[in-house]
Design a protein around this ligand. Structure first.
Ligand code: KG4
Ligand code: ZN
Length: 340
């Protein structure tokens, strides 16, 4: 890896957040995110509206990132953008913008895998936090993905297990929708869960391979449970929202932890990181901290702003790739199904 002082602009537009960030030797100089509110009223991300909002947001967001970092665009060493996975229309906005900007400035273009970025976000310098040592296990838990990955080097990753249907964020969001909560419901379930009884209701955990996940059955179980209870008491949800959310969150977190423990057993690796939007969840954060003590794991939990979608993680991967001379070719096209 070459030692050089570089300023990397990262651009993220894979789903419904338009984000830009500038990083300098692992230090985040700015990290701007424009969250698209328009999807709330539809109860989920509407791809067509997302790409349109990215078009609107991308120039102001990049300007703001440069202004906050207090650097001029001519100081940039390279442009890193999310190539995939994600929504095609959303990715195209970031990809096209980044290509044009790189050509305009005469700097290299770097393509970044969004899921790799959620993992490598742990190498962003963040106060006292130390980065993980290789090899480590990463559990990426977001609205689009649920995976356990064995990471042996920055760019050497092996998927050990993943969801066979919905992602864990979808399980949170879809259950929240059944409870009449707005999108995205994950953070709201988390908030209600704080004051509820996690053992009030029991939801069965789906059975799949030891390191794989399945969440579609849980969503159906929640739906049937709510329909049944509401038939007896129309106010069931409002009267019990805290207990319902606590029980649901407990089930999901326990399931995630079961899978992680299986992966530790399988690999013998006890250095653990989590990443992706659901790693902002207070239940999983507590469970990871408890496992650290109970099983002598070495654990790494990202700062909140680097959990959900952000461009600092894209810029971080950009910097690592820049220092390893890994650049995008001119043909690098957006790839909605990009693999790790
Ligand atoms: O990584 P992310 O921002 O976007 C994707 O790449 O999908 O993850 C978004 C997901 C959503 O499903 C959202 O409900 C969930 O992360 N999420 C949470 C929490 N904060 C965000 N789920 C549970 N508890 C939270 N505190
Ligand atoms: Zn994400």
């Amino acid at each position: 890896m070459k030692e050089t002082n570089c300023y990397i602009l990262g651009i993220e537009s894979s789903c419904d957040d338009t984000a830009a960030a500038i990083i300098n030797n692992g230090n985040v100089l700015s990290n701007v995110v424009a969250t698209q509110k328009i999807h709330e009223e539809y109860g989920g991300v509407v791809p067509e509206l997302a790409s349109r909002a990215h078009q609107q947001n991308i120039v102001p967001v990049v300007h703001q990132a440069l202004r906050k970092a207090n650097i001029d665009k001519n100081q940039l060493s390279a442009i890193a953008y999310t190539r995939g996975p994600g929504l095609m229309g959303s990715l195209l906005v970031g990809a096209s913008f980044s290509k044009s900007l790189a050509i305009g400035l005469g700097v290299p273009l770097i393509d970044v895998n969004h899921m790799q970025a959620h993992i490598l976000a742990h190498f962003i310098k963040a106060g006292e936090q130390t980065p993980p040592n290789f090899p480590f296990l990463a559990m990426t838990i977001s609205g689009g993905h649920t995976q356990i990955v064995k990471v042996t080097d920055y760019f050497s990753m092996e998927i050990l297990g993943e969801t066979i249907d919905d992602a864990v964020g979808e399980a949170f969001d879809k259950s929240a929708k059944i409870l009449g909560l707005p999108y995205p419901g994950g953070p709201l379930i988390d908030r209600y869960a704080q004051n509820g009884n996690p053992k009030a209701y029991k939801f069965t955990k789906p059975k799949v391979n030891p390191m794989d996940f399945s969440f579609s059955g849980l969503k159906t179980a929640v739906l049937y449970f709510i329909e049944r209870e509401v038939k007896n008491n129309p106010n069931f949800i409002s009267e019990n929202i805290q207990d319902i959310c606590a029980s649901l969150q407990y089930t999901i977190v326990d399931y995630l932890m079961d899978k992680l423990k299986n992966a530790v057993k399988h690999t013998g690796i006890k250095e653990i990181v989590i990443g992706g939007g659901v790693s902002a969840n207070s239940g999983i954060r507590t469970a990871i901290n408890e496992a650290k003590v109970k099983y002598q794991w070495k654990t790494h939990i990202p700062k909140f702003e680097y959990c959900t979608d952000n461009a600092a993680m894209i810029a971080m991967v950009g910097e690592l790739k820049y220092k390893n001379n890994l650049f995008a070719t001119d043909e690098a096209i957006a790839n909605p199904r990009m693999k790790l």
